[in-house]
Design a protein around this ligand. Structure first.
Ligand SMILES: [Zn+2]
Length: 181
């Protein structure tokens, strides 16, 4: 066998090996969580309201999450791994675990942030008029912990006509379990 053929085969082998490893990592990583492990209030089932001091939130959240959730900040457009993410599953509030959106209502708005046309349930979010930055917008907050998550606009697709423009940094994603055959 000539050297070039040997090289060709070793290249193919490496490529196959790499793609297999990629898949393994992918299937293991069912939850895309950015929540720190020391979050005592994080629960995807507890519906009790969360009231905590700002210092306590600072301990629990990452600096970016704290800026968005507690200071009504906005992540850089196009920076979220969830913007063009198409997996089937549920999006939870990264601060408290409250289910906020499901993938069935996600759509590509092209606005630079993960977008949904409906929340998990109507009671999932709190809606507040927001006149900051010279705009007339409606702010949406997590109804359990009052984290600022984004805004809702009335230029979304059917059936609701709404566009929930959400900061991906304050979302945790959990993949839908595989259906049993
Ligand atoms: Zn929350």
């Amino acid at each position: 066998m000539t050297i070039s053929i040997k090289l060709y085969f070793s290249f193919c082998f490496t490529t196959i090996l790499m793609s297999c490893q990629g898949q393994n990592i992918y299937t293991k990583n069912k939850t895309m969580s950015t929540t720190k492990n020391n979050n005592p209030i994080y629960s995807t089932t507890d519906t009790n309201k969360v009231v905590m001091k700002e210092e306590e939130w600072k301990e629990i959240l990452t600096p970016e999450q704290y800026y968005i959730a507690r200071q009504k900040g906005t992540e850089r457009p196009g920076s979220s791994k969830f913007e063009n993410f198409k997996e089937q599953g549920t999006y939870y509030c990264a601060a408290c675990g409250n289910p906020l959106f499901v993938s069935d209502t996600k759509f590509e708005s092209g606005c630079g942030w993960p977008s949904f046309f409906a929340p998990f349930q109507k009671s999932t979010l709190i809606y507040t008029p927001d006149f900051s930055h010279g705009m007339n917008r409606t702010e949406v907050q997590c109804a359990r912990c009052k984290a600022h998550v984004g805004h809702v606009f009335e230029d979304g697709p059917k059936p609701t006509g709404l566009r929930y423009c959400i900061n991906g940094a304050i979302l945790n994603f959990e993949k839908k379990p595989e259906e049993k055959k």
